[in-house]
Each structure stands twice: as C-alpha cells, then as structure tokens.
Design a protein around this ligand. Structure first.
Ligand SMILES: Cc1cc2nc3c(=O)[nH]c(=O)nc-3n(C[C@H](O)[C@H](O)[C@H](O)COP(=O)(O)O)c2cc1C
Length: 162
C-alpha cells in the first residue's frame, strides 16, 4: 500500500513495463522545450499526474527533467503510442520551441521502471553542477557537450531513484 503510493508519487511503475514493445526493441522520442510561462509547483504536479495516467494506459514511459520553465523529456514505448503522445505534447499551448533531439527505434528502454520519472532541477542546490548540465542542454554548446550533459543527468536520475 505505502510502496504503491510512493511509486505513484515518484512516477515508478507498480507493475513491470508491459511487454508490448516489438521484439526488436522499442521506439523513443527525446525533445526539449520552453514553457510559455513558468509552471507553479501545483501546475507541475498536475501535469505529471495526468501524464502518468495516460502513459500507463498507453504502455509508454520515460523521464522528464525540468526546472518548471525548461523541459527535456524522453518518451519510450511502442511507436504508435509514443508518436501519439508526442503529437499531443507538441500541440500543448503551455510550452513552445519544441525541438526534437532523438526520434526512432532503440534496442531497449532506458527507463523501463518509470511511467514518467521526474527530476526537478530547480530543487537542487544553487551550486550543483547538474544545474549547468541542464542549462547546457539548451545553450549553444556542441552536440557532444549536450550528449555528455544528458548522460550525466540521466545517470544521476538513475542513481538517485535507483
Ligand atoms: C513538458 C510537458 C510534458 C508532457 N508530458 C506528457 C506525457 O508524458 N504524457 C502525456 O500523456 N501528456 C504529457 N503532457 C501533456 C500533453 O501535452 C497533453 O496536455 C495531454 O496529453 C492531453 O492531451 P489533449 O489535451 O490533447 O487530450 C506533457 C505536457 C508538457 C507541457
């Protein structure tokens, strides 16, 4: 009961990821975007609650890293469902400048345990280097700098939530 509540709040699945992915793997979309106005904590919580409910019923999952103004999201699961979710997300008036970073098949899910894991960078200490990594995803650094920053952020997420 308590575990189930904890799982619900952290975006972790209560049941294993559905085995609906095709045998050759799963499909992923990764994008970044900016809010049309910063989200309050309540608005963010309600966005996450709705997203997790829809993701669970579509068998998709992933990770959302944000500071309530900038978003970097990985969606993964069966192709049709991921594309349908991304189409809805792209139309959402609450954010714009939606830039696709990765879109295509992958061998396996990176976050099989999460219907939508979350990392709110704005809750981290001012001098935490992960804040710079997050900003690097949006600034004019090289693609390899961005990829390294994304790798450090996702590794931290897995370590913290692991
Ligand atoms: C940054 C961001 C991330 C979102 N992530 C998801 C998500 O993972 N899954 C989802 O169903 N909706 C997500 N949403 C909400 C969708 O944009 C949309 O509001 C929702 O799917 C309902 O779509 P509809 O209003 O067209 O029915 C997200 C919205 C934003 C702004």
């Amino acid at each position: 009961m308590l575990r189930s509540l904890f799982n619900r709040l952290s975006g972790r699945r209560n049941t294993p990821a559905p085995q609906a992915d095709p045998p050759q793997g799963c499909y992923t979309v990764c994008y970044r975007s900016e809010a049309t106005r910063p989200f309050s904590e309540d608005e963010m919580n309600s966005l996450l609650l709705g997203a997790r409910m829809r993701n669970v019923s579509a068998g998709i999952g992933g990770l959302l890293i944000h500071n309530r103004f900038r978003f970097w999201q990985i969606l993964e699961g069966p192709q049709d469902y991921v594309e349908a979710a991304f189409a809805r997300i792209s139309r959402d008036y609450r954010h714009d400048n939606v830039i696709t970073i990765e879109r295509g098949p992958r061998n396996a899910r990176r976050f099989p345990d999460f219907e939508m894991g979350e990392l709110d960078i704005s809750t981290m200490p001012e001098d935490d280097p992960l804040r710079c990594d997050f900003e690097a995803l949006f600034s004019g650094t090289t693609e390899s700098d961005k990829a390294e920053a994304a790798e450090r952020l996702t590794r931290f997420f897995k370590w913290r939530k692991g």
